[in-house]
Design a protein around this ligand. Structure first.
Ligand code: GDD
Ligand code: MG
Length: 361
């Protein structure tokens, strides 16, 4: 089988992390976000994966090519010269996606869940329509594409409304699809939105169905959701692979720690924390609901809550970071500094408090 991952866009909502690393390569649960998807596709029998990119493919090629062998898949990069939106990339990759008559998967690169690809393929083949969208329920549907069902035929989609201004329902597009190759014939090679242009045609043809997702789901394309997504991911990991989570007298709840990290015995970590490779956590440090990316240091007696600490950063002694604070790459926070909801750009040194939400450049 085949799959295409939409990896375009600039990831602006995940700044300052995406100023250094393209969004799909930002580590989520200690692995590049997109690897979770590549692995799930490979596990479902996908052998050809197309990454549709329009920005900095070199870094991505370098990082991802090495996983081809590990997962037994061929990864090709389909590079757009202008951003082609969410449908144009399918047309551009037509040669791969139409190489046989089997349906192909399409994934938004920033969604995490327990990807149900095998069940999705089975469901899709059984209903005989041209496409199936994975659906999930959310509290704030206005940020997403909303699915409205046909009352007479279960799972047949009656309306698809992208980013509705008025409430039409709370079952949304989870950003995972399976489509027949014929769907590509509906798309022109130009910037095109699959949500606004292609889905409405399939709805009109009564050929678009939805498949209800079980379990957690999150679009982790912005810091607040990245942290919420990490909580959900760790919770899912605690059920599927509890042996991967850390244990010990100073660990509370679900905590994932890279084996190369060093955590002081007098620190207290968790719940809901991810500690990356080569991280150092000092004496008496307290961390909850946070992600610390590789090569960073948290010095003695600091408190880190609801924060993402970017790569190679240093948080001094007696600091307090909270309120969805995000440190970019190579940031230094001096001793005793308080940051509440600050987004600190790469290579900055902070010596004054940031008491409310602010971008520090
Ligand atoms: N290759 C390529 N080229 N990819 C693109 C482009 C482009 O020009 N523009 C966006 N993408 C990719 C993004 O990287 C992302 O993986 C995906 O397409 C969706 O774009 P987002 O910018 O993340 O869209 P969204 O989150 O506002 O909404 C989409 O996702 C929701 C679920 O998270 C829509 O598909 C909604 O209907 C859906 O509910
Ligand atoms: Mg998104």
């Amino acid at each position: 089988m085949k799959g295409l991952i939409l990896v375009g866009g600039y990831g602006t909502r995940l700044r300052p992390l995406t100023l250094t690393v393209p969004k799909p390569l930002v580590e989520f649960g200690n692995r590049p976000m997109i690897l979770h998807q590549i692995e799930a596709l490979a596990n479902a029998g996908v052998t050809d994966i197309v990454l549709a990119v329009n920005y900095r493919p070199e870094v991505m090629v370098e990082t991802l090519k090495k996983y081809e062998k590990e997962y037994g898949v061929s990864i090709t990069f389909s590079v757009e010269t202008e951003p082609l939106g969410t449908a144009g990339p399918l047309k551009l990759a037509e040669a791969v996606l139409k190489k046989d008559k089997s349906p192909f998967f399409v994934l938004n690169s920033d969604v995490i869940c327990d990807y149900p690809f095998e069940e999705l393929a089975k469901f899709h083949k059984a209903h005989g329509g041209q496409g199936t969208i994975v659906a999930t329920k959310v509290d704030e549907p206005s940020k997403y594409g909303v699915i409205v069902h046909d009352i007479a035929t279960p799972n047949l989609i009656d309306r698809f409304v992208e980013k509705p201004v008025e409430f039409v329902g709370n079952r949304i597009n989870a950003g995972l699809y399976i489509l027949n190759p014929e769907v590509i014939d509906l798309i022109d090679l130009k910037p095109t939105s699959i949500e606004k242009e292609t889905f409405p045609i399939l709805v009109e043809q009564k050929s678009l169905y939805s498949f209800d997702l079980e379990g957690y789901w999150m679009d982790v394309g912005q810091p607040k959701d990245f942290l919420s997504g990490s909580v959900l991911y760790l919770n899912s990991l605690s059920k599927r692979h509890p042996e991967r989570l850390a244990t010990g007298p100073n660990i509370v709840g679900n905590v994932l720690v890279d084996p190369s990290a060093k955590i002081s015995e007098t620190a207290k970590v968790g719940p809901d924390v991810v500690i990356g490779p080569n991280v150092t956590i000092g004496d008496g440090v307290r961390i909850t609901r946070s992600v610390v990316l590789s090569n960073s240091t948290i010095r003695n007696h600091s408190l880190v809550k609801s924060t993402i600490v970017g790569w190679s950063s240093t948080v001094g002694q007696w600091c307090r970071l909270e309120g969805v604070t995000v440190l970019g790459d190579d940031v230094e926070v001096k001793d005793e500094v308080y940051i509440n909801g600050g987004k600190v750009l790469p290579h900055k040194s902070i010596s004054a408090n940031v008491p409310k939400e602010a971008i520090i450049m």
